[in-house]
Write a protein that binds this ligand. Structure first.
Ligand code: TRP
Ligand code: SF4
Length: 328
């Protein structure tokens, strides 16, 4: 009998996760655990491609992010949770792939061009150019069938497929071609109405306690045309209502929308209804997360055990790749 299909995904350890990260990726990762054999990892080498970190910053971020993962419900009993740099085979496979990957394939990757422009780099690093190829090694190492990612990462999965095909063509069949499993990402606005993002300073974090979340929601921007309490509003242009669409069930949500359109309720009432739906699930995540943060040794233990397990698989794949290439 064939076992469940394998899923793999990774996140760079850039700090605490916010509600946008949760709804855009993590929540989906948690759900996939029910039907797939899941590998989730901290892409710490990838975090070095765009900045020089402060001392200890990456390790701190690894702990914080893993606490968010565990708080949200990733289960180390069911999923393999690991750290990229604890499985150095990724680097070796990346090196082998670098020998068969034309530079032009990497120069064409849209995220590379965007990064170079965004950061105004006049001399981008070799590592930045190779970023998606390291990602290919991450994915192909585990004979991954599905890669749950957002649309921005699709070109990286496409490159991965091309690399797998080229390797198999040149050296014989070793790698499985993966596919992106697109995550339906709801619109998650931040407190200023723009997309929720750490760099905008508009985020609600999974680590935020209610005394932080509640004022963030209470001061969140609303329909800008609704200036006074007696002005009717339009939920369709209101970022608060976008959160209602995610958290508030149909019936009370329709009631809120109606109340807004007729000025029967004020924005603070509307936000109160939202908070009733938003705070409990966030509390559950945060409480679980806090228990782990208070025991960082336990987090490290989970990551080391997961990395050891991942490494066994990685060794097998790398050995097969080296035999195929003919260097062992
Ligand atoms: N590039 C991904 C991102 O920025 C992170 C990542 C690294 C990844 N390696 C991966 C995602 C392998 C999926 C599979 O989000
Ligand atoms: Fe937005 Fe709610 Fe205010 Fe309407 S009542 S403008 S939906 S916050």
């Amino acid at each position: 009998m064939k076992g469940p299909e394998r899923v793999l995904s990774g996140m760079r350890p850039t700090g605490r996760l916010h509600l946008g990260n949760y709804l855009g990726a993590l929540d989906n990762w948690v759900r996939l655990q029910a039907d797939y054999e899941c590998f989730y990892f901290v892409a710490d080498w990838h975090a070095l491609t765009t900045e020089v970190p402060e001392k200890g910053e990456i390790q701190q971020n690894v702990i914080e992010m893993t606490a968010d993962w565990l708080g949200a419900g990733l289960d180390p009993e069911r999923s393999t949770l690991f750290v990229q740099s604890l499985v150095p085979e990724h680097a070796e496979l990346h090196l082998l792939f670098s020998m068969i990957t034309p530079v032009s394939w990497l120069e064409r990757v849209p995220t590379y061009k965007e990064m170079v422009e965004q950061l105004g780099l006049d001399s981008p690093s070799y590592g930045l150019l190779g970023y998606p190829l390291l990602q290919s090694a991450d994915i192909l190492m585990y004979r991954t069938r599905w890669v749950p990612v957002g649309v921005d990462q699709v070109p990286h999965v496409e490159l991965t497929r091309e690399v797998a095909r080229r390797f198999n063509h040149l050296f014989g069949p070793v790698f499985v071609e993966p596919e992106a499993k697109l995550t339906a990402i709801p619109k998650v606005p931040g407190t200023d109405g723009r997309k929720m993002s750490k760099s905008y300073g508009n985020a609600i974090y999974l680590a935020d306690p209610p005394e932080v979340t509640i004022p963030k929601v209470k001061t969140m921007v609303t329909d800008p045309a609704r200036k006074r309490r007696r002005d009717p509003g339009n939920p369709d242009v209101c970022p608060v209502f976008d959160l209602h669409r995610i958290f508030t069930p149909e019936a009370p949500r329709a009631e809120v929308a109606q109340g807004c359109r007729t000025a029967a309720i004020g924005c603070l009432d509307c936000k109160g209804v939202l908070l009733e739906r938003l705070v409990p699930p966030l509390d559950q995540i945060r409480e679980r997360r806090t228990r782990f943060v208070e025991a960082p040794g336990r987090i490290r233990e989970i990551l080391h055990a997961g990395s050891a397990r991942a490494r066994e698989r990685a060794r097998e794949t790398l050995a097969a790749a080296k035999v195929a290439v003919g260097i062992v």
